[in-house]
Design a binder for this molecule. Structure first.
Ligand code: ADP
Ligand code: ASP
Ligand code: MG
Length: 424
């Protein structure tokens, strides 16, 4: 007997038929004698609809900004998961599985009070372990938690993955299965590159980079938690027939295992390509070149909650003035420009330029630590396709390249092929 946490994403619970299909996946594990807790997302598209409602509230009198209240945002946006948790519990009961739905606050899944992007601070596993003891399948609403002041929080978009891994860690589950609409983690997004291949295993570090750099198959925080708590996490498909041979294999189910580097025998130099659209580039021209300038620019941006990503500073020619270029999410450009306007006098720069609609394409692989020339290969391949590189950042196991948005797909496919990722 094992203890398994099963998480089903939005497309897996998109309608009643899909929810009944999910119930069959759960029943398979229950019939095999395992203790099972289930985490669900809202139906596909539901959270977007709820977010849209919040964003389309009336304007504040005399201003362009809509009414906004972070706590009510969470109260509204968390509601989609309540519906699917209840529906799945009923679907399970209808096929003879003892099941009950639970919301975040009922467990409780405690978080900090960063509404809209809360972090889980504590889950006492004993509540769920008691349910296992009663032979009950707990169906838990993902994406939500409870702030210290007892208000509902949400964990950021894609947060049900994090709910599932955190619960798996809290109950010391043998496995956490993330069921989605693809049958594993691929060398790149299979929607962009049909030649992408499924990986049997990927290391925590590489998955962390893939997720941070745009591969939305897992929320970044869920990978961090899986890594810290050593949760055995599989990404697998809910669209596979629940009763096909091998689906119930305890140790080696179909899908991709996220695991320690040492578990991967044949390590490739490059493991995958990720991309993130909707990046914007901001350049400050002729910035004073003296100590404290970077802090003077990026401090206020950080205080404004703006996520600055790539930063490029030129070496100044005459030692007095330089150019500073950095990227922010497109949605944050106006806010960033307003902040920069305020600090312009104190910092001293000539002009601000900005360009929207950029993309960041990244090459990821642990093998890069010990192989030279990986970056040069990418630059040449992109040049051969006439793709202009606007900025570059690298770390031990990744290279990120900023390009014009319309070239995203071409760049992803080009890099995927130049590292031989489409070959078996
Ligand atoms: P869910 O609703 O189940 O949480 P998501 O839409 O959040 O599903 O994540 C699954 C999607 O992630 C896939 O449909 C796929 O298009 C996308 N994706 C991006 N990069 C990858 C990758 N490297 N491997 C697999 N899927 C990827
Ligand atoms: N329903 C939430 C979202 O769309 C959480 C999730 O699906 O993981 O972001
Ligand atoms: Mg998701």
């Amino acid at each position: 007997m094992a203890r398994i946490v099963m998480k089903f994403g939005g497309t897996s619970v998109a309608d009643l038929d899909r929810i009944h299909n999910v119930a069959r996946h759960v029943k398979r594990e229950v019939d095999a004698g395992h203790e099972v807790a289930v985490v669900v997302s809202a139906m596909a598209g539901k959270t977007n609809e709820l977010v849209g409602w919040v964003q389309n509230m009336p304007r504040v009198a005399g201003s362009n900004a809509p009414f906004y209240d972070a706590r009510e945002y969470d109260a509204i946006v968390a509601s989609g998961e309540q519906v699917t948790a209840g529906l799945l519990a009923v679907a399970l009961q209808s096929i003879g599985v003892h099941a009950r739905s639970w919301l975040g606050w009922q467990i409780p899944i405690r978080t900090d009070n960063s509404h809209g992007a809360a972090r889980i601070t504590e889950i006492d596993g004993s509540f769920l372990i008691k349910r296992f003891g009663e032979g009950q399948v707990a169906v838990i609403a993902g994406f939500q938690g409870l702030a210290p002041d007892n208000r509902i929080t949400t964990l950021g978009r894609g947060g049900s993955d994090t709910s599932a891994v955190a619960i798996a860690a809290a109950v010391k589950a043998d496995r956490c299965d993330i069921y989605t609409d693809v049958d594993g983690v691929y060398t790149t997004d299979p929607r962009i590159e049909p030649k992408a291949r499924r990986l049997a295993k990927i290391s925590f570090e590489e998955m962390l980079e893939m997720a941070s750099l745009g591969a939305k198959v897992l929320q970044v925080r869920s990978v961090e938690l899986a890594m810290v708590h050593k949760v055995r996490t599989f990404v697998r498909s809910s669209f596979d027939d629940p009763d096909a041979p091998g689906m119930g294999d305890l140790h080696n189910p179909p899908g991709t295992l996220i695991c320690d580097e040492d578990e991967i025998v044949e390590q490739q130099v490059v493991t995958g390509i990720a991309y993130a659209k909707d990046e914007a580039q901001i350049s400050l021209r002729r910035v004073a070149d003296r100590p404290g300038v970077a802090a003077g620019i990026f401090g206020p941006l950080a205080e404004g909650n703006i996520n600055v990503d790539m930063i490029v500073q030129n070496i100044s020619e005459d030692g007095s003035r330089t150019d500073m270029t950095f990227t922010v999410p497109s949605g944050d450009v106006d806010k960033a420009l307003a902040i920069l306007d305020k600090v312009r006098e104190t910092i001293g720069f000539d002009a601000v330029q900005h360009d929207d609609g950029m993309s960041k394409v990244s090459v990821i692989g642990i093998g890069m630590r010990s192989h030279a020339g990986v970056a040069a290969t990418a630059f040449k391949a992109l040049a051969d396709k006439g793709i202009n590189i606007r900025a570059i950042t690298t770390s031990e196991i990744k290279i990120s390249i900023l390009i014009d948005g319309p070239y995203t797909e071409l760049a992803v496919r080009t890099l995927h092929s130049v590292y031989g990722l489409d070959k078996h």
